[in-house]
Write a protein that binds this ligand. Structure first.
Ligand code: PHE
Length: 344
C-alpha cells in the first residue's frame, strides 16, 4: 500500500513538472494522453494497481487515485482555457489626450417640440385626448361630413387595410370620438401620427404628426378661434412671427380657414426659397368653426352649442421654429442632426 501511495505522489510531481513546461495546446494534448489515455494513461494503471490491494486498504488509496485524476483533469482544463481565450492587449493610456464623450439618449426632436406645443395648450386649460391610428371610414370621413364619393376625399388618399379600415389621414376623427363620449364644455387637444399618400419632399412626408384641437361650448365664435391660435403661435415663436388667416374649405368646418406663418427660413426675401416656394408664407394649420352637421352626427344640439377646431402640422411648424430647410432631416436619423436638439 505504501508503495502505491508513493507512486501516486511521484506521478503528481512529474505531472506538475510536465504542465509547467507546456507552451501550446498540442503540448497539453500530449500530457493529457500520457495521464488520461484509456489504454495507456498512467491513471488507468493506477486504477489497475488498486485491485492488488487488500479490501481494507482500498478506500483510502482509491480516494487518492480519484483525487489525483480530478486534479489532472482540472489542471488540463484550466490550462486549455488559458490558451484558447484571447488575452486582453494592454494599451498604454495617454492621460493628456481629451476624453471620449458618451452621448445620452434623448427624446426625438419632434417629440420634444410636440411637448412644447402641448404645454402651451395645457396652460390654457385644454386636456389631452387619444385616438387610434388605424381608423374606420366612418370616423376618418363619414362622421366628418365626407360622404362616400365626395371629391374632397381625393386629397386624403391613404393606405386601406380593409374596405372600411384605413390609416387615418388626420387627427380630426378624434373630435368625433371625444364628442361621442363627452358633452360640452369640451376643450381638448390630440397629438398623434397621421398618414397620407405623399411623396417626401422638403415640406411633405407620408407620415407626420398633427396636433388636433377642439373647443365646444355655448357661445363659441370665430373670435375664440382666432384669439386662441394667435396666442398659441405667438407663445410658441416668442412673438417673432407673422400670422395670416386665409379662407379655405374643409367638409367638417364652416367657415374654414388656413393659417399661414411668415417664412422664417428666407424671411420672405428669396424668390427661390424651397420651403415657401418664394411666396413668403407657409401653411401650418387648418381650422374652422365645427360644422353644425358634425355636431348633429354626435347628438350635440347645434342650436345650443358651437365650437371651433384646428389641426396643426407638427414637423412643418418645427421646421420654422428651428429654421430647418427640409422636413426629411427629422427622419433621416443622422445623429449629428438629432443631437443638435437633445436635452443637454
Ligand atoms: N384635419 C385637417 C387637415 O388635416 C385640419 C383641420 C382640423 C381643419 C380641424 C379644420 C379643423 O388638413
Amino acid at each position: 500500500m505504501k508503495e502505491l501511495k508513493d507512486k501516486i505522489e511521484e506521478h503528481k510531481r512529474n505531472f506538475d513538472r510536465a504542465i509547467a513546461q507546456v507552451k501550446d495546446e498540442n503540448a497539453i494534448q500530449k500530457v493529457r494522453n500520457l495521464y488520461l489515455s484509456r489504454k495507456r494513461g498512467y491513471l488507468r494503471f493506477l486504477f489497475e494497481d488498486l485491485k492488488t490491494l487488500k479490501p481494507e486498504e482500498k478506500p483510502e488509496v482509491g480516494q487518492m487515485v480519484n483525487d489525483f485524476r480530478n486534479y489532472v483533469q482540472d489542471k488540463l482544463q484550466s490550462l486549455k482555457e488559458e490558451f484558447t481565450t484571447p488575452r486582453p492587449v494592454l494599451k498604454k493610456v495617454d492621460l493628456t489626450l481629451p476624453g471620449k464623450k458618451r452621448y445620452w439618449g434623448s427624446p426625438h426632436p419632434i417629440l420634444l417640440f410636440q411637448q412644447e406645443i402641448e404645454n402651451i395648450f395645457l396652460r390654457m386649460g385644454f386636456s389631452i385626448a387619444e385616438g387610434p391610428e388605424i381608423e374606420t371610414d366612418y370616423y376618418n370621413f363619414e362622421a366628418l361630413n365626407f360622404p362616400p364619393h365626395h371629391p374632397a376625399r381625393d386629397d386624403w388618399d391613404t393606405l386601406y387595410i380593409t374596405d372600411d379600415l384605413l390609416l387615418r389621414t388626420h387627427t380630426s376623427p378624434v373630435q368625433i370620438r371625444v364628442m361621442e363620449k363627452k358633452k360640452p364644455p369640451i376643450m381638448i387637444i390630440n397629438p398623434g401620427k397621421v398618414y397620407r399618400k405623399e411623396d417626401p419632399d422638403p415640406t411633405h412626408l407620408p407620415m407626420f404628426y398633427q396636433v388636433e384641437g377642439l373647443v365646444v361650448d355655448i357661445g363659441i365664435t370665430l373670435a375664440h378661434l382666432k384669439g386662441t391660435l394667435e396666442y398659441f403661435l405667438k407663445t410658441l415663436f416668442h412673438e417673432k412671427i407673422k400670422i395670416r388667416f386665409r379662407p379655405s374649405f374643409f367638409p367638417f368646418t364652416e367657415p374654414s380657414a388656413e393659417v399661414d406663418i411668415g417664412c422664417t427660413v428666407c424671411q420672405g426675401k428669396s424668390k427661390e426659397c424651397r420651403v415657401c416656394g418664394g411666396s413668403g408664407w407657409i401653411e401650418i394649420l387648418g381650422s374652422g368653426m365645427v360644422d353644425p352637421q358634425v355636431l348633429k352626427n354626435v347628438n350635440i344640439d347645434p342650436e345650443k352649442y358651437s365650437g371651433f377646431a384646428f389641426g396643426l402640422g407638427v414637423e412643418r411648424t418645427a421646421m420654422f421654429a428651428f429654421q430647418i430647410p427640409d422636413m426629411r432631416y427629422f427622419y433621416e436619423n443622422d445623429l449629428r442632426f438629432i443631437r443638435e436638439f437633445s436635452l443637454k
